[in-house]
Design a protein around this ligand. Sequence first.
Ligand code: ATP
Ligand code: LTN
Length: 329
Amino acid sequence: MKRILSGIKPSGDMNIGGYGGALHQFVKLQHDYECFFFVPDLHAVTVQQDPKELHQRSRDIAAFYVAAGVDPKKATIFLQSQVPAHAELGWLMETQAHFGELSRMTQFKEKSDGKDIVSSALFTYPVLMAADILVYQATHVPVGEDQKQHLELTRDLAMRFNSRFGTTFVIPEPIIQDTGSRIMGLDDPSKKMSKSNPIRNSYVLLLDSPDDIRKKFARAVTDSEMNVRYDWDQKPAVSNLIEIYSVFSGDPLPTIEKRYEGQGYGAFKKDLAEIVVEKLIPIQDHYKQLVHSEELNRILKEGAARAAEIADHTLLSAKRAMGFVTFEG
Ligand code: ATP
Ligand code: LTN
């Protein structure tokens, strides 16, 4: 059986980077895998969060899953903090992780760089991520390129645990798609489009108005040439826009290059904005219906109950394997 686990942190307003790298994939993969899509709220609090914002954003992410097309009858959708086995297995896996290997995590280095105060949870966060995945015995994990290193750590920890205590965990594989796995900022193609970036023009939010979306693409940096050509070395800004176009239209990269041959950037950027607007408007409408609804509460409650059944079972096996006294089962 092929099983997927993945999630998007409620650490900021959702943008088209997370859509391209993660959510858009979730919608496609739900037909071929048993899927668990969660909201990693325990991960969001590794950096300071305003409680009201955390609350709202956690509902937002769950509502976006459904609004973008994840079917709660097919996939299990839930909040991480409502399934305690994540945190408990996280602790057990911390006993297997090495200080040195966690010190090498690039996301930790980037997020802690220049900060006076860094929580110890930010440092151990990749271990909790490993627990998230292993507790469901996930075979596959769809993520953006930036999470590849965390997936390698997850595999290392699972193999280490299995060889010390006997086979307990499935070793998961990442799924990193060719197009859209690394969407860069619209203002600077050398930086990942990120929810935590204070520069508003660097990203398009899933809830941006059509006018804001048009303005942001119109202002997006390009280069001094005039041709729409996909070439990350020579033309990173334009290549990034072509990837976004491809994610939102479903058209392959060469088809897009061909369509705009000899036309300059104006028409290309205008069409790109319209394609994104057209895709986002129905998602926004569905999101608005859902976000404060009883239906969303029901989806999340049922999801947590279904998730906990599997997670509790794996946790029990891991505790037994390590020698803890257990009375269940
Ligand atoms: P933050 O910037 O606060 O760290 P984030 O956007 O990097 O947040 P998440 O929202 O948890 O982190 O990311 C959810 C998923 O979306 C992950 O699989 C991540 O790899 C992917 N993702 C996030 N940003 C991008 C991006 N710019 N391009 C492609 N994939 C992305
Ligand atoms: N670390 C990820 C979010 C995340 C995740 C996971 C993704 C936490 N647990 C498990 C996939 C599977 C991030 O920062 N984007």
